[in-house]
Design a protein around this ligand. Structure first.
Ligand code: HEC
Length: 415
């Protein structure tokens, strides 16, 4: 007999490893907030654990060693949890479980500044154009951002959002109106001044994708928003069978003191990929070479429905991240436990493999040649990486290769 009041070890593992998502208001469809709520799910839970589909985690063990916030269960946790879920005791227990943190509200605390995206009406069906919003920040001095967090209103219709900082003088979507949702043409999006450095054009502050979990960049690190910059949101809404109104928000947290390190997002991208119909293992490779030393803070592989596997390697020899079974629904940002020191001249290679065959159950059409594009049925290979450099250093620290023009150009797409 179990002693009343002492939470079984298996239930503790559910609290720690499942409830971040499986709680009321969490991103998972059912809450595991009591043994009673768990009971009807116990079989599905143990099956998903045995199959390795839950908790969702797609990096392999070897690269997981140096990663922070690994969601995968250890062998010991797996054994304890399965024993508990399979045991007849479960039907006699009546415990309440508590999540490690509540799903509702801002996870990182009350933001210093909240940027609101105007309400968007999402129709029940149809293809939605990539939507832009330019927000004036009106910062009169440079500001350091210690963290940023998305609060997504209707996760079922917000496919992804990228928030870019547009420094003063940038050519990026110059013609876009301010403060209203707007569809920018391809030509507007691709326009840039000759010789304009990417860092002077735009910088990704924070992306939201399915699977997103709020996280700061670490003590002493921050992103810089220069005085006079705007925030440009690139938003991809998707119809989900029901007309929906979405009003999502981005919260900014200002650094309390000057940071030691500036965090930058680099995004090597292969805008030239051409995936033949039926091809089951198309390889696309891009790389970034460091012009100065930097620390690698996080990595996020980005592909669409035909994405199959992804790898990020250092100098062609050291594997930093291996995602053997890429899942479009989980665009995980992988953080290092300790940022990795990169030297001047180091090269980060990002390789994505795509399955455009009929065997890929997510493939919307195996008979088409696939090019770069925003929509889920088009493809991308972007290796988003956050790097940290000493705060006063020049931010133009990488040379991207493997692609001949910036993401968004797509001159080779014949459509
Ligand atoms: C990071 C968020 C997250 C965590 C952590 C998580 N889940 Fe889930 N889970 C989801 C989401 C979202 C769904 C619904 C979509 C899907 O099935 O992928 C889901 C679905 C499920 C399902 C139903 C579908 C299936 O695979 O049978 C089960 C069972 C499940 N989770 C069990 C677990 C267990 C057990 C744990 C902890 C050991 C866990 N989950 C941890 C997000 C999570």
């Amino acid at each position: 007999m179990l002693v009343a009041g002492v939470l079984p070890e298996g239930a503790r593992i559910v609290e720690a490893r499942c409830m971040a998502c499986h709680q009321a208001g969490g991103i998972a469809p059912m809450a595991f907030d009591s043994v009673r709520a768990i009971r009807p799910w116990a079989k599905a839970m143990s099956q998903s654990i045995r199959k390795g589909t839950m908790p969702p985690w797609h990096a392999d063990e070897a690269s997981s060693e140096h990663l922070a916030q690994v969601r995968a269960l250890t062998e010991g946790e797996k054994k304890t949890l399965l024993t508990w879920l399979d045991s007849p005791d479960l039907s006699k227990q009546n415990f309440i479980l508590t999540p490690p943190r509540a799903a509702a509200g801002w996870q990182l605390g009350t933001p210093d500044l909240i940027l609101r995206i105007p309400a968007a009406e999402i129709p029940a069906a149809g293809t939605l154009q990539y939507t832009f919003l330019v927000s004036r920040l009106n910062f009169e001095t440079d500001r350091w951002i210690a963290a940023a967090e998305w609060k997504i209103d209707q996760t079922q219709v917000v496919h992804h959002i990228n928030a870019f900082v547009r420094p003063p003088g940038s050519s990026y979507v110059r013609e876009a109106p301010v403060g209203q949702l707007y569809v920018a043409s391809r030509a507007e999006r691709a326009a840039r001044r000759p010789e304009e450095r990417e860092i002077d054009r735009r910088e990704l502050l924070l992306g939201y994708e399915p699977g997103y979990q709020p996280q700061g960049w670490g003590a002493g690190r921050a992103k810089l928003i220069r005085a006079g910059s705007d925030m440009v949101f690139e938003i991809h809404y998707t119809a989900n069978g029901k007309a929906t109104r979405d009003s999502s928000e981005l919260g900014l947290y200002f650094a309390r003191s000057a940071p030691r390190e500036r965090v930058l997002t680099i995004s090597p991208a292969d805008a030239n990929l051409v995936i033949p119909p039926g091809e089951a293992n198309y390889e696309s490779r891009v790389s970034a070479t460091l012009l100065d030393e930097a620390k690698l803070v996080s990595m996020q592989p980005h592909m669409h429905l035909r994405g199959k596997a992804y790898r990020i390697e250092l100098n062609g020899t050291r594997r930093l991240l291996d995602v053997p079974r890429y899942d479009f629904n989980w665009q995980t940002t992988y953080f290092f436990k300790e940022p990795l020191l990169l030297r001047k001249g180091d090269t980060l290679q990002c390789t994505g493999w795509f399955d455009n065959s009929a065997n890929n159950r997510f493939n919307p059409d195996a008979t088409k040649t696939i090019y770069w594009g925003d929509q889920s049925w088009e493809e991308m290979n972007v290796g988003f990486m956050e790097i940290a450099i000493p705060a006063g250093r020049d931010a133009d620290v990488v040379k991207l290769s493997g692609t001949t023009r910036p993401a968004g150009g797509r001159a080779e797409n014949p459509r």
